[in-house]
Ligand binder design. Structure first.
Ligand SMILES: [Zn+2]
Length: 395
């Protein structure tokens, strides 16, 4: 149960604290107890992790926190450290893994070909993206592309990805699973009925209403882009998505009015992609008007943006300040680290009864503004380890 190969020990002295030591700079996680003693103890009693901060439950900050895990990898207790044996992770924030809630992964093959008008690039069916990705999959060369993208997303601490697959949804799911990333994949429907449980359409305006209704009847989860451009908004894509398609997951919502945002039922999942929207269409979805829906955060096309939620949080934080939005850092963090669980069961919170899937983030000088530190300063270079039950995997 205790795979010591991924956990380095440092004898009896607690020499590793965050990234301030040589060992930590090498990306290793050190603990302050003798390995053999650990193995014996944890084999009998499960594991206890101690961290300077734990973001427990709804991201409540527990200072000098401890998380106890049973031998099945489930959390059996979270609270302040009051003594006893614990694997001391040092000056870190122990927090839920991140979710990238909207990402096109196969278009990585078009890396940085973002110099055309949006419809010419990604519009179905004649956009460059469709032509190139279709050829890639036909030739069977998409697996190596998927592996490279999944590896980078793992490096960013992504534990769950909500992926739009233009083609080959099952391959996307399988490759991401191999890299330890749970993937909620939507196979794109092109007027046909794909053999996959979840489907998406690039826009509900692309298809007749009877086809959209048939998709609803046949599939488990439905998703679509909505009002990314002014043209789509004026064409009534929100109404089609809600009242005809009855889609579960709505992406973008850039041009929504406050009244339209208020009409979206609370059971729907909405995802915003600030960097992609700023770059492609020159504005960002009205996040403050969507907060009642607990919006999620995506990075959109890999050919245009790194699939890195830390970068997305930083951009949204700066954009919110420029736009004069009152958007709390805790809410921005929740978009990537809490609300995906509430909406799509992506990445459990650190709370009793849930499997432990956590990130150890170095916090050498976090001060007392933990949310601001995480949203505004942290990058993937600060990620020390992914902790899954009794396994500590160095990043
Ligand atoms: Zn998209």
């Amino acid at each position: 149960m205790f795979r010591h190969g991924s956990l380095n020990t440092c004898g009896y002295k607690p020499i590793c604290r965050g990234r301030s030591t040589k060992a930590a700079r090498r990306g290793e996680v050190c603990v302050s107890w003798n390995l053999h003693f650990f193995i014996w103890w944890f084999f009998r009693w499960g594991v206890r992790y101690r961290a300077r901060y734990v973001l427990a439950g709804g991201l409540e900050v527990v200072e000098d926190g401890v998380v106890e895990v049973d031998d099945a990898g489930r959390v059996v207790g979270v609270g302040r450290y009051t003594g006893g044996v614990a694997a001391d992770l040092g000056a870190v924030v122990l927090m839920p893994m991140l979710t990238n809630a909207h990402v096109h992964v196969l278009d990585a093959v078009l890396m940085d070909r973002d110099d055309l008008y949006i419809d010419d690039l990604v519009g179905w069916p004649h956009g460059v993206k469709y032509h190139v990705v279709r050829q890639l999959v036909r030739r069977g060369r998409h697996i190596s592309v998927l592996r490279r993208v999944a590896e980078r997303m793992r490096m960013y601490g992504v534990g769950c990805a909500v992926v739009y697959a233009e083609y080959a949804a099952r391959d996307v799911e399988e490759v991401f699973r191999q890299y330890g990333i749970e993937a909620v994949v939507f196979q794109e429907a092109h007027g046909d009925f794909p053999n996959y449980p979840n489907v998406q359409v690039a826009s509900p305006l692309d298809h007749p209403p009877e086809y959209l209704r048939e998709l609803r009847r046949r599939y488990r989860l439905l998703s679509t882009h909505v009002s990314e451009t002014a043209d789509c908004h004026e064409g009534g894509d929100l109404d089609l998505a809600l009242r005809v398609m009855d889609a579960d997951v709505l992406i973008h919502l850039v041009h929504l009015t406050p009244e339209e945002a208020a009409q979206i039922p609370p059971g729907k999942t909405v995802v915003v992609n600030p960097r992609a929207n700023a770059y492609f269409v020159g504005r960002v979805a009205p996040v403050p008007h969507l907060l009642h829906l607990k919006p999620l955060l995506g990075t959109d096309n890999v050919f245009m943006n790194e699939p890195d939620p830390w970068a997305e949080m930083k951009f949204l934080h700066a954009y919110a300040a420029a736009a004069g939005w009152q958007l709390a850092e805790r809410d921005i963090l929740a978009m990537a680290a809490l609300w995906p669980w509430e909406k799509l069961r992506c990445n459990p919170p650190i709370e009793t009864g849930q499997p432990l899937r956590a990130l150890a983030v170095a916090a050498p000088y976090a001060g007392d503004k933990i949310y601001k530190y995480l949203v505004k300063r942290v990058s993937h270079r600060d990620l020390i380890a992914v902790i899954k039950g009794d396994r500590v995997e160095a990043l």
